[in-house]
Each structure stands twice: as structure tokens, then as C-alpha cells.
Design a protein. Sequence first.
Length: 125
Amino acid sequence: MPKGTKICLAVVILIFAASAVTSFILLRPTKRDSSTESVYVEIVQNNKVIYKLDLSKEADRTIRITSDGGGWNDVRIENGQISVADADCPDHTCVKAGVLKYDYLPVVCLPHKLVIRFCGEQEAK
């Protein structure tokens, strides 16, 4: 392989590596932490907001949310975090999702049309 080709290949590899590292640093997902800041969430069912909560101020509790078809989800707020603790849906995907952590990944229960997601302070008031 000629010397010029080796240099060109090395430059391309360096540019690729630098862009990959920069993308990883700048575009990593935002993780919410209610211990240091106010964290607002909303619980939506059938495209209607049924709860707007500030997790940094909420006491530990469990909220049972029933759907029109008779199903239910137990939403747990504990230590400033929110999750679906139990549900009567067939696959329990919402329970397996665990604690809501990232802006881009809400907790969803499709059979009961339930979504738990982060929202901004203005949206929560």
C-alpha cells in the first residue's frame, strides 16, 4: 500500500473516531435525578392527563389507576422515583419497564392506554 494511501486512511480513521466520541458525549440521554432538582411527571390515560406530579415533593405512595375496560395499574412513587408496580395486563411490559429514568423512554401500558412521562415545570402547573 502506498504511503499516501496509508496517511489518508489514518486521517479518515481519526476523523471517524473523533466524531464518534463527540457524538457520544454530546448526545447521551438525559437521566433525571429527583434528589437534586424538581422532577415533573404526568400520568396520561386515553390521551388525557390524569395526574401531574413533582416527584421531588411527593410522599411515597401507590396510586391505582383503572381503565375503562376494568383493568388496572398500580403506579408506585417511592424515593422520588415512579414506576408501575403491578398491573392486570397480560404481558406486564409496563411493570418490566421499571423506574422512569429517561426523557425519551416513557413507561407505557398499551392494553390500558396508560403513559407515564416526564414533563416540564410549565406543563405540570
